[in-house]
Design a binder for this molecule. Structure first.
Ligand code: AP5
Length: 211
């Protein structure tokens, strides 16, 4: 968990390799659907994602149930971007109980707002493989080109000033209560997200009990 641009995707991609479980990012799933011409899911979610609003819970519930039910998630997974509302906590609990799994930990990254603005304004992403770069702190070897698959990097359409402001508002109003709910269940671990990517990863893996 954590506010927009705090580094959730960057860290989850690294920890996925360490733990050998898939990184399930609801944002990446939605953007993937939006890129496919004529995708019914893409058409349904586009206006929500591009305006920084949350996609309706029922739709997200179907999507997460389908993804977590796949074979590669049998041994566990890292969830990035779900749950984001109190209703989604219940949805996740239902899915996990059907799969005979339990949530181990909820890790929440925090950085000051000025750093969030810096991270989001310099972010470049790969539309093909979802790799994430930053023009200053994580530049690709060749400017504008993905190190992993060679595709041209883009700026996300929801990284405009106005939409970032809306995403921050949505996070405060709808997602911070999720953190509080997990805190009261003793599952929440807050992690300082400032510093080098490797240093943040070390704090996260220590929070997971896997140093
Ligand atoms: P989503 O894609 O989940 O967006 P988000 O939560 O706003 O998070 P971001 O992807 O913007 O940031 P991040 O924290 O992953 O940061 P990153 O690692 O890229 O969701 C998008 C939209 O989809 C939502 O607005 C909503 O519409 C919809 N949606 C998704 N899930 C939903 C749900 N459950 N319910 C309803 N709707 C849903 O890093 C940012 C930048 O910082 C990068 O450039 C990176 O290189 C850089 N960086 C990272 N770490 C560091 C570091 N340590 N030092 C310096 N730079 C760093």
């Amino acid at each position: 968990m954590g506010p927009p641009g705090v580094g959730k995707g960057t860290q989850a991609a690294q920890i996925q390799a360490l733990l050998g479980v898939p990184h399930v990012s609801t944002g990446n799933i939605l953007r993937g659907a939006m890129q496919q011409n004529g995708s019914p899911l893409g058409d349904k979610v586009r206006s929500f994602v591009e305006s920084g609003k949350l996609v309706p819970d029922a739709l997200m519930g179907d999507l997460i149930a389908e993804r977590l039910g796949r074979q590669d998630a049998e041994e566990g997974f890292i969830l990035d971007g779900f749950p984001r509302t109190l209703e989604q906590i219940d949805i996740l609990e239902g899915v996990l109980s059907r799969l005979g799994l339990e949530l181990d930990r909820v890790l929440m990254l925090n950085v000051p707002e000025a750093e969030i603005v810096r991270r989001l304004s310099g972010r470049r992403t790969c539309p093909k493989c979802s790799s994430v770069f930053h023009i200053d702190s994580r530049p690709p070897a060749v400017a504008g080109v993905c190190d992993v698959c060679g595709a041209g990097l883009v700026q996300r359409p929801d990284d405009t000033e106005q939409v970032i402001r809306e995403r921050m508002k949505v996070y405060t109003n709808q997602t911070l209560p999720v953190a509080e709910a997990y805190r009261s269940r003793g599952l929440l671990i807050e992690i300082d997200g400032l510093g080098e990517v490797d240093a943040v990863r070390a704090r996260l893996t220590s929070g997971l009990g896997r140093v």
